[in-house]
Design a protein around this ligand. Sequence first.
Ligand SMILES: [Zn+2]
Length: 287
Amino acid sequence: MPELPEVETVRMQLQRKVVGKTVADVEVFHAKSVDNNSNIEDQLRGKTISDVDRIGKLMIFSFVDEDDLFLLAHLKMTGQFFYIDKTGKTIGGGHSATAGDTELPTKHTRVTFHFTDRTSLHFNDMRIFGYVKVATANEVRTARARFGPEPISPDFDCSWFHKKLNKRKTPIKAALLDQTFIAGLGNIYVDEALWRAKVRPTRRSDKLTKKEAAALCAAAGDVMNESIAVGGTTFQHFVDTGGANGNFSDYLKVFGQQGKACERCGKIIKKIRCAGRGTHYCTGCQK
Ligand SMILES: [Zn+2]
């Protein structure tokens, strides 16, 4: 499952490539991928994409002059998008491409959107858990209501964050994973943000000081933004590199580093279970 920074990377690339494109036709190779909607081509033909937004890991395409027509895309376990420009050059993103997946459509292509300017967007999904489906404004509102604000949002309010933490008795790790509270941090990024903020994952949320909450707020945003930057590079070179996925190993300080010495203080990184997830922290500098 991609974490949010990977999805955000894909979203940004899609926004650059497909906004302003008008759908000429839609080829559906697997009905489940479009939620068994046999009308999808009729619904989208002639519509021009006006934006590609995102709620959590759900991408939302909107269309010019359409208030009640959206396309929701979720990559789930193995989803990928490949955009083919007029010269036939492929730019893809999502999960690692597998051998033979560079000639599109492939046996894993579930849906292809052809645009009027002869470019196209392919949705590949080996396991078929992902989808691209037509939705109403109401469905988009319902999806939006399930997610809290994101630390990478310019509107994210760190004092609000601290106030909310004060009302929570769960370990801070559990609070950060709760997408209805704050959205976007998956398991890896929670551990990394806590290390940066020098806060132990098992600490009770309501026991964090204002200073610690502020440090955590900044760390969460930084970790996500930095990983988006790495993911961006991966996306650009997706096909050329044989589909190597985001190279996070260069900047992971605690996740998967158990048994190693902490780069900040030299003490040992430990792995425990917290909030039902494998959790990594430094026994020295995270209090
Ligand atoms: Zn340390």
